[in-house]
Design a binder for this molecule. Structure first.
Ligand code: 13P
Ligand code: SF4
Length: 370
């Protein structure tokens, strides 16, 4: 396995929405009465403009509740893409990060796609700029190019396949069965996990999620000793030492389902703590513990929350609908070029529904030809 080194932290630090700028733009907390008024205004605007709210689990709990109460969805990135494509509404409000809005627009070019804050990005997206990525592809023409959803439209335009954390394992396994070698970008932890699980020949880009990268293997071991009956649920963007201790590895929806359907009384969860909102709602009697991001092996204390997801607020939903601000545009020909890899993934998942219900660490399901 060869690695291409890329210092995404420097790129991040000089970018227009680096983490410090993202935190500075998180809308201030509102009083209970203001929150209620904002929720009602947002609900009224969604209704009058026949818009639908498509939210990720990591955004503010008020947005999640509003999405569900108004006929929208709270979901992982795969389901957000499918829901936005299939919903008849002509305006989609995507509460999440930029690649999620771009995927919605790529799939539905005739719909208006709005976001509460267009500058909400992702360290994986920032860490994989289109030009060096294209050079990486040019240098390895014998490989199928597989990119994670957390990338720009321009990067997707160079890819053969897009995958999300819910179906990546099944798709790479399928490519391996067909005799393909894989060029993978950008998340090095997810790429390594898939490589280990499938045995595929994969060349990895060196990106990482700044949130999941902070989970600490040593402190997780200590926490497990204190809670011996707890199941460990891990998003695969986490480091190897954390994934190695997981009872369940999966996308946000898969981790949520593990809590809702699981018989254990307690769960240690290694992902952005925004997911706890929905977990608490759907599994009220269960003990939910955040996996450790600090301790003796830590360099600093992390809050396990994505600064760019935190930029989304109900007030932003109001603003984008009232002003028509935050509209996502994906220019041609990039949109059409990026559509190919997304459609390939969605077609694969439609033909192989079991591919998104992988039992963690269990055998891979049989998947059909692409
Ligand atoms: P999911 O597709 O699992 O929701 O992941 C998206 C993401 O950004 C995780 O950090
Ligand atoms: Fe990107 Fe990580 Fe934020 Fe997900 S949690 S959007 S991978 S920075």
């Amino acid at each position: 396995m060869t690695q291409v080194l890329f210092d995404y932290t420097r790129q991040d630090a000089t970018g227009s929405s680096c983490t410090a700028q993202a935190w500075a733009r998180v809308p201030p907390a509102q009083s209970p009465a203001e929150r209620q008024r904002t929720r009602e205004r947002a609900a009224g605007l969604l209704k009058s403009q026949r818009a639908v709210l498509v939210a990720h689990y990591y955004v503010d709990g008020d947005i999640q509740d509003l999405a569900l109460a108004s006929g929208g969805i709270v979901a992982d990135s795969l389901e957000m893409a499918r829901f936005g494509r299939d919903h008849p509404a002509q305006t989609l409000v995507v509460a999440g990060v930029r690649f999620m809005g771009e995927s919605a627009k790529i799939l539905s070019p005739h719909k208006r796609v709005l976001m509460p804050d267009l500058d909400a990005t992702c360290s994986l997206d920032l860490g994989c700029p289109p030009e060096p990525f294209a050079a990486f592809c040019d240098a390895n023409p014998d490989r199928q190019v597989v990119v994670y959803a957390n990338t720009s439209a321009a990067v997707k335009a160079r890819a053969d396949w897009m995958v999300t954390s819910s179906c990546a394992l099944a798709i790479v396994s399928h490519l391996k069965d067909q005799g393909h070698k894989v060029l993978w970008a950008p998340d090095r932890h997810l790429g390594r996990y898939i490589q280990e699980q499938t045995g595929a020949d994969m060349l990895l880009w060196n990106g990482a999620c700044i949130v999941h990268d902070e989970f600490k293997g040593l402190e997780l071991e200590l926490m497990r000793q204190q809670h011996p009956g707890a199941l460990v649920l891990v998003h695969p963007e986490s480091p190897q030492s954390v994934v190695a201790q997981a009872d369940v590895v999966g996308s946000t929806t898969q981790l949520l389902n593990a809590v809702v359907k699981g018989s254990a009384p307690a769960y240690i969860v290694a992902t952005d703590n925004g997911l706890m909102h929905r977990m608490r709602q759907l599994a009220p009697g269960k003990v939910l513990l955040e996996a450790p991001t600090a301790g003796r092996s830590a360099t600093c204390k992390s809050c396990a929350h994505c600064p760019w997801m935190a930029m989304n607020a109900t007030s932003g939903v109001v603003n984008c609908l009232e002003r028509g601000s935050g509209e996502v545009h994906v220019p041609e020909p990039v949109r059409t070029q990026a559509l190919g890899c997304i459609t390939r993934m969605l077609d694969f998942v439609a033909r192989n529904p079991a591919s998104v219900q992988l039992p963690a660490r269990g055998p891979l399901p049989h998947v059909g030809a692409a």
